[in-house]
Every structure is written in structure tokens, then in C-alpha cells.
Design a protein. Structure first.
Length: 298
């Protein structure tokens, strides 16, 4: 085993730190090391300190940022039999950063701005026109851990009142729980379905959307529908979620009764029966809540 003096000497040369004795004195004078020795004075003696100098230097260098390889980790001292040893634990900043990365990994935004990843419910202004929606979203989240199979919400209201923003806050909070969330813009999603024909991935895409832990359908009612996209895409997705009681949220500029009228008319036909059937699924999955307020996009 290498002598402690030799280790300190090598460290001194490597980092051009000067006199090894001065390094040792500086390390032992560190306030955290002094506090640890004092806290454990019944078990720590001079011989143990001498045996532990290499570990104490590791602690010291990490504390003052000399070991870049361990960036994001905080060194902590502990007693390991007859030596003072060092362990590394993630800093609060690293824990927060890793949590943020995990949240983004579990939330997929389809045809929506990526900055919605950054929305937090705690940042949302609670106005009179939003208060009921915020209260119901909070109630959903409070129960979600123990009761994941809940009814969602259908947020209706004018342009720019914050429906998408509220749902982004919900999406991020559920994703932070490690659940897979898909948040998609319905008109763009419907318009882009043909891109899946080339590689035969349409059924996989429909299944992925239908089976995710939480689905949010943004701006439903603004899409241009064919009978196929209404019945074999939206209808299939909503039926699967209804069968499995998977939470589904919607935003729309149309009230539910007006959405049914929208579903009646496709490019080539008017079919009130198919529209009513689709609306049964929407009403089963979500409760309508009106969000009011000024247009914040102006």
C-alpha cells in the first residue's frame, strides 16, 4: 500500500499545488472536515486521520470543484471501519435536472410547441375563468397515484384563454410521476396520418396513442375529417380508451354540443348516428368545463 506522504506528494505534483505539508494542513483545516472529526471524536484518532488523508483530499477537492469528473455530485464523509472514507451523492441541482429530463422523456408532444415541456401548474394564473378547471385538475392529480383510471376533462372556451397551457401543466405533472403521456394537436395529427401509409406504421401509431397512460387531445373540433379519420382513427382511439378507462383530456373552441355537429359532417357525407356514437365516447371519457377569460395571445 502506498504511503500517505507519497500520495499527497503525487497529488501536489499533478495539480501543481505546492508543498505537500501545506496541502495536508489546508485539508485538515477545512470546516466540514473539522466538523466531521469533532462529531466523531470518540472514534477518530490521529492514526486514523493519517490513514485517511487520501480520502480527505478527495473530499476537499470535490468540495472546491477540482474533480470535474464528479460534477453534479457532493462528497460526504463517513466512517468505514478504521478509516474515514468518502462517498458521493447527487446534488440537489443534479436531482432536479435528472427529474426534469425524466419528465421530458415521459411526455411526448406531437405537433405542439416544445416549450410546453416547461409549463408548471404552479405558474398558472388562477383567474375566475380558470378556477374551476384548475380545481378539477388538482383534484384529478391528488387522486391519480391511487386511482389512475379516472374521468378526464373537456376544456371548452374561446381562443387564447389558456386551455392548452393548463393541460400542459397537467401533462408535465403526470409525466413527472413516470407515466407515459401523449399530448397531441388533433388537426395536425389528423392531417399527417397519410405519412404513416408509406411505412405501414399507422396501426402502430393508433395503438400507441390509444394505450398511453394519459392522452390529451388539443384543439379537437378544428380538424378536417373524413369518414375514415373520424370512425377508424378518432373512433378507434376513443373506444380503446373508454374500454380500458384510461384518462383522456380534451381542449376545444367548441362546446360539446357543437362538437357533435362538427362530427356529423365529413368531406363526403352527413352522418348524425356516427357523430352521436363518437360523442358518447367523449362524454364517457371527460366532463365539460368552460374556461373563460381574455385572449392572452394578443
Amino acid at each position: 500500500m502506498q504511503a500517505i506522504g507519497k500520495i499527497i506528494e503525487e497529488i501536489s505534483k499533478k495539480y501543481d499545488l505546492g508543498d505537500p505539508a501545506a496541502i495536508k494542513q489546508k485539508v485538515l483545516a477545512d470546516s466540514d472536515i473539522q466538523a466531521f472529526i469533532k462529531e466523531n471524536q470518540a472514534r477518530v484518532n490521529a492514526a486514523m486521520i493519517e490513514r485517511s488523508m487520501a480520502n480527505l483530499y478527495k473530499f476537499y477537492s470535490q468540495k472546491y470543484g477540482q474533480n470535474k469528473a464528479m460534477a453534479g455530485y457532493q462528497a460526504e464523509l463517513f466512517l468505514n471501519n478504521n478509516v474515514i472514507d468518502v462517498t458521493y451523492k447527487p446534488t440537489a441541482a443534479k436531482i432536479a435536472s435528472d427529474h426534469e429530463k425524466s419528465t421530458k422523456k415521459h411526455l411526448q408532444l406531437i405537433d405542439l410547441p416544445q416549450n410546453l415541456h416547461d409549463v408548471r401548474l404552479s405558474q398558472v394564473d388562477i383567474t375566475q375563468g380558470r378556477s374551476e378547471a384548475i380545481a378539477l385538475i388538482s383534484h384529478f392529480l391528488d387522486k391519480y397515484g391511487e386511482k389512475p383510471h379516472q374521468k378526464g376533462l373537456y376544456l371548452s372556451g374561446n381562443f387564447g384563454v389558456g386551455k392548452t397551457y393548463l393541460l400542459a401543466g397537467l401533462a408535465n405533472q403526470v409525466a413527472a410521476m413516470g407515466k407515459n403521456v401523449i399530448f397531441l394537436h388533433v388537426p395536425t395529427f389528423i392531417a399527417g396520418l397519410s405519412s404513416h401509409f408509406e411505412d405501414n406504421s399507422l396501426q402502430d401509431e393508433i395503438k400507441r396513442v390509444a394505450d398511453c397512460d394519459l392522452l390529451i387531445l388539443d384543439d379537437i373540433g378544428a380538424e378536417t375529417l373524413s369518414q375514415w379519420s373520424r370512425d377508424d382513427v378518432l373512433g378507434v382511439i376513443l373506444q380503446a380508451r373508454m374500454d380500458k378507462v384510461l384518462p383522456t383530456f380534451f381542449s376545444s373552441n367548441l362546446a360539446m354540443k357543437d362538437l357533435e355537429d362538427h362530427f356529423k359532417e365529413t368531406k363526403n357525407a352527413i352522418d348524425p348516428v356516427k357523430a352521436a356514437r363518437l360523442m358518447e365516447r367523449v362524454r364517457f371519457l371527460a366532463k365539460e368545463v368552460v374556461v373563460a377569460g381574455e385572449n392572452r395571445r394578443r
